[in-house]
Ligand binder design. Sequence first.
Ligand SMILES: [Fe+2]
Length: 216
Amino acid sequence: MEFERSDLDKQLENFDCPVWSEDYATGFKAIDDDHKDLFKEIGILKNLIDQHDSTDHIEQVISSLENYTVEHFSREEAFMIGAGYPETIDHMKKHRALTHKIDCLRILYHESPEQIDTYKLLKFLSQWLVNHIVKDDMNYIPYLKGEQDDADHDIADSLQEISVSLPRDKSDLIKKFIHIATSDHPAAKKLTSAIELFEIKLDERELEAARKDFCK
Ligand SMILES: [Fe+2]
């Protein structure tokens, strides 16, 4: 245990917690304010780790991340769709992947809070945030500014928002299902085929029932 703590301290000594700077500015206040909040959240996590106080507060960090991903991602996605950013769907997949990762974090935390390596979490979030802003978010900014002439204004037609009420005990399963089905994961194809097969079977059952009702 002694070794683990000093090992963590050593890793943290060499860890540069990212801080928001003008390099990350997109020029859009709503987006920049959201990004600044996540930098702040990462800073809070780093402080908690420095005070060896992180395990008890990890739930708070997870809740903030969940709120962040819901609010910020939907704001960003609305901007991208409105601007006709052609890579909107790929960008959304990256958002869903992080959302799913945070869901997994909550599951792991509830399994056993002690198993969460806060340093790894800090490192993962820092790298994700910086890479995502610099590589992914900056790509759609010219579309928001109207500087690109290949905007796809039909992008909204390829997306459909659905709102459904689910039994509580099935919601995690449905989230996983949506995550796989909307990703590039090889399982997505199998899942799609299975659903199509299921639809055919359902149709056959319905047809069979109709046959009984209406046929000799
Ligand atoms: Fe993004």
